[in-house]
Design a protein around this ligand. Sequence first.
Ligand code: SF4
Ligand code: SF4
Ligand code: SF4
Length: 355
Amino acid sequence: MKPLTLLIKPAAGLCNMNCGYCFYRAASEGRENRVMTTGTVDALIQKIREYQPSALSVMFQGGEPTLAGIEYYRYFIDRVRTNLSVPVQYALQTNGLLLDEEYAAFFKKYGFLIGVSLDGNRKTNDRYRRDRNGGGVLPQILNAVSVLKKYNVDFNILSVIDDENAGDIVSTWNYFKKHGFDYLQFIPYVDEGNGVSLSVEAYGDFLKKSFDLWYDDYMRGKYVSVRHIDNYIGILLGRPPENCAMCGVCGSYFVAEANGDLYPCDFYCKDPYKLGSIFDPEPFAINETHRRFIAASEVIHAHCAGCRYYALCRGGCRRDRTDHDTKNRYCKAYYEFFEYAAGRMLRVAQLLADS
Ligand code: SF4
Ligand code: SF4
Ligand code: SF4
């Protein structure tokens, strides 16, 4: 028996926003975008039951998953509770537009961890995150967060970093602090069509500056959870990273589309990577397509093999390695960051180990 991690897209590619950097829009174009039916939920739960995982982690994502409606989630949880006896952790990533008190009370009741997408202050957030009419959405997002706070729901903030946000990370950090957002994760903006959209130099500066901000706060007794820093310090403490991009190898989860199709990763919901469907007899068995996907991430570039920071970096996310060369496109940024911050990360790890 082993744990099973599912990323479910209950509303497929449907979304009530039109963000400038949405990679999923292109991936879901031409597909039938409709909410997962109760029949598909039933089939999915049945296949999980047959797989007999030791633990189950379910992350709902989109498109915008709240477009599925709260009844979808009520039904899903009812089916889980009726049919499965494993411990289940729930998470949901949202743009916040539809998040209301009913949703918040529900999330609290079932222990959901909510990720809210927010890039920074109005100027930063409005750069890409816009509604279908091109309008800014910051007030709605802040309102969603205040509803989550009112119901004491655990949440974190997911920010996309482009060159401008990277250069302005001090403002973004202070903005998040001002609002009491203490759980943060940052991901680089990579445009599939144009290659790197966050430059290597800007990412390197971002990693260093954000670490300085984090470290100064930490040393003043103020802990802010930043996902990539938490993972690096966890690795130094001998813990396995929870972020698959830091494991050095893919294959830690399945993406289930609204129609039941399965893919190996949110960044690879594309036809050549389709693994099958939850309607297949054994959908969570590793098949040839999945094996090939995982194997591509297992290739260690010669630079990485000889890198003094390999144990920390492990070559990074496969998505950031090019087709022709398995070295990470952000290698220089990571290497310089480790040179800059590894000593202080080690110091924090030692403090934690001694505490
Ligand atoms: S909210 Fe998410 S799914 Fe919707 S357009 Fe923005 S990035 Fe894409
Ligand atoms: S491509 Fe990156 S995000 Fe996707 S499974 Fe591999 S490491 Fe994880
Ligand atoms: S810093 Fe560069 S060379 Fe070192 S492990 Fe990371 S990607 Fe590989």
